[in-house]
Ligand binder design. Sequence first.
Ligand code: HXC
Ligand code: NAP
Length: 266
Amino acid sequence: MTRSETFAGRTLFVAGGSSGINLGVAEHFARLGARVALISRSAERIAKAAAGIVDAGGQVLGIAADVRDFSAVDSAFAQTRDAFGEIDIVISGAAGNFLAPAAGMSSNAFKTVVDIDLIGTFNVFRASFPYLRKPGASLIAITAPQGARPEMFQAHACAAKAGVNMLTKCLAMEWGPAGVRVNAVSPGPIDGTEGMARLTATPELEAALRGKLALRRYGTRQEIADCIEYLAGDGARYITGAILDCDGGMMLGDASADALAVPERA
Ligand code: HXC
Ligand code: NAP
């Protein structure tokens, strides 16, 4: 089977698909021949993202829906199934983040990020279940290194993504017998994204983070799409409950030359 035949005619649903990494995934699968549904809060941003896919020759359905609203998400899945048939791949990537010291963060600020990232991922995966191709469907959460290691001023996002990681594993156990695989991809810093603009506000901070990565560069949206193509595809048919790091080595820790003083040899 050639690469493009694998996904031709398959249906992909992307939550948080109006921009960034998630839109890159949608565009990639549309190029491979998949029928793509996108949801996000803003009707205007979703319409713009969908128009881009149509202009490139893809098949797409854009729906405004907030992942915090279960019935809106359920309705989006029903519309997608009616338009494109049973759903093969679901990406849960809607997220919110900002730098905020915990001592000054409001309870509502913490709750807002948990609601979007964690409850939103539960809503998306739970709502998808009746509409999935069974056996065969593949669900993929977009998590982050912060879900497995703490970061300053991101207690909200770290806690939410840690929950996403555990939810991924629990659903993999429960839904495996139905032939549904549930995995997550954990991107490192990805060039030109809203997420990195929010976390590394200055060129100095960006360079400092790059210098700590083993691969010494930020990733690209295409590299995340390639990783998801693998996880959703036949080559990963025995993989479920995995958190796949696609992060230039970020999870290895600080790989800068000055991380430790090099001892002089006597
Ligand atoms: C402190 C803040 C804040 C900030 C908002 N709040 N921004 N607190 N510092 N910078 C507080 C508000 O004061 C409010 O609390 C509460 O959060 C909710 O704010 P709203 O604006 O009403 O929320 P909402 O309109 O739902 O917007 C959600 C949002 C927003 C997360 C706050 O930034 C957003 O829409 N983000 C989506 C885009 C995004 O973040 N992309 C990056 C994802 S990348 P009070 O108490 O005043 O009511 C990513 C990075 C990598 O996730 C991975 C890391 C884990
Ligand atoms: P982004 O462009 O801001 O993408 C977030 C998307 O989520 C947008 O399409 C946004 O669209 C949507 N969204 C936000 N709140 C929503 C809600 N309540 N309901 C539905 N949709 C909602 O950010 P990004 O940087 O590409 O990040 C994408 C994913 O990758 C996130 O899960 C993030 O945590 C993860 N990640 C990113 C990086 C990075 O380097 N950027 C690193 C690790 C992990 P609307 O505004 O239209 O709703």
